[in-house]
Write a protein that binds this ligand. Structure first.
Ligand code: PEP
Ligand code: MG
Length: 326
């Protein structure tokens, strides 16, 4: 079994009926990048930059951030790296004391892009560091906790200004750099066609999206039966986001935990998902699962799957569809 999986590290990612799927890695530490390479990842789909801010006291400087991002870009050897801007707040309080403390409801508070836009000077340091790192390989910027289009407009304005500042200082700049939105707030998922006007790509963050759609804390074990990504209402919302991005001909990936959970691979394929981003330790298992699935048959079954009235019905229908393929 171990040897069979190991052989998959250098195999292309194809479904049973020959559809191409791209598998990306979520990364925080240098070790994740090494693992991603050795397991044949197509790139980094989510680099959680807040980990730089959680590790040390005080804010990391532009040069420190630049060095960290450049190392990831060089480590991936020319494959695309998606750097998520700071996602502090809620469960991710920082050592530097940037995140607001004492909010009654931190998950609904000043977190993610809300915090970054509150401190544009600090945010601009990060944007400059990312732009400089983007001279070393393909980089994309991903913005967490987007709620509405205006936030994307603000981010793009700050990126333009960071470019101008760097150019004035004689700094080399990347020609272009795609800017994407994380879809993890219900308003952004429901209103995704508006967000797409200002987003070059989307990444669906199902860890938070499930928490907000189901009104269930993602870290509260007592809510196990409620925090359940198999709930049909939740699945229909993800399917809506994927279909909207495909219609707009923009790339869409999914980077929540379910992307690396083989229990969900068939469902996500049925939704039309072609880019998965996961902990690099899961890459081989998901690639293996994909080789067993008939993408065309799953897509045709999608309407029936998502019209189910309960999570058990979703599971039962999914079992039927997958059993027919063996
Ligand atoms: C998510 O919310 O699904 C996600 C990928 O981001 P994080 O888990 O870092 O909030
Ligand atoms: Mg999130």
């Amino acid at each position: 079994e171990g040897r069979r999986l190991a052989a998959l590290a250098t195999a292309p990612t194809l479904t049973k009926d020959g559809a191409h799927v791209r598998l990306f890695a979520n990364a925080e530490l240098a070790g994740d990048v090494t693992l991603a390479r050795s397991r044949g990842a197509d790139g980094v789909g989510l680099y959680r930059s807040e980990f730089l801010f959680l590790r040390q006291r005080g804010l990391p400087s532009e040069d420190e951030q630049f060095a960290a991002y450049r190392d990831v870009v060089l480590g991936m050897g020319g494959l695309p790296v998606t750097i998520r801007t700071l996602d502090l707040g809620a469960d991710k309080a920082d050592a530097a004391g940037l995140a607001i403390r004492g909010e009654d409801n931190p998950a609904l508070g000043v977190r993610g892009i809300r915090l970054s836009l509150r401190y544009p000077d600090i945010f601009s340091v990060q944007l400059r560091a990312i732009l400089r790192a983007a001279c070393y390989g393909p980089v994309r910027i991903l913005v967490p906790m987007i709620t509405h289009l205006g936030e994307m407009t603000d981010v793009r304005r700050l990126i333009k200004k960071a470019r101008e500042d760097l150019a004035r200082a004689g700094q080399e700049l990347p020609e272009r750099l795609d800017v994407g939105a994380m879809i993890e707030v219900p308003a952004a998922a429901i209103g995704v066609t508006s967000i797409l006007e200002k987003a070059d790509f989307l990444a669906i963050g199902t860890n938070d999206l499930a928490q907000y759609v189901l009104a269930a804390d993602r870290n509260n074990d007592a809510l196990e039966g409620i925090y359940d990504p198999l709930q049909p209402a939740f699945l229909r919302l993800i399917a809506h986001v994927i279909a909207s991005a495909r219609r707009a001909k923009k790339p869409v990936s999914l980077c929540g935990e379910i992307a690396g959970d083989t229990q969900f691979t068939a469902l996500l394929l049925a939704m039309g998902l072609e880019e998965f981003s996961m902990h690099p330790g899961q890459l081989l298992q998901v690639r293996d699962r994909l080789t067993q699935l008939d993408c065309g048959a799953l897509r045709r079954a999608a309407p029936r799957l998502f019209r189910a009235h309960s999570r058990d019905e979703v599971e039962a229908r999914l079992l039927e569809v997958v059993a027919l393929q063996d």
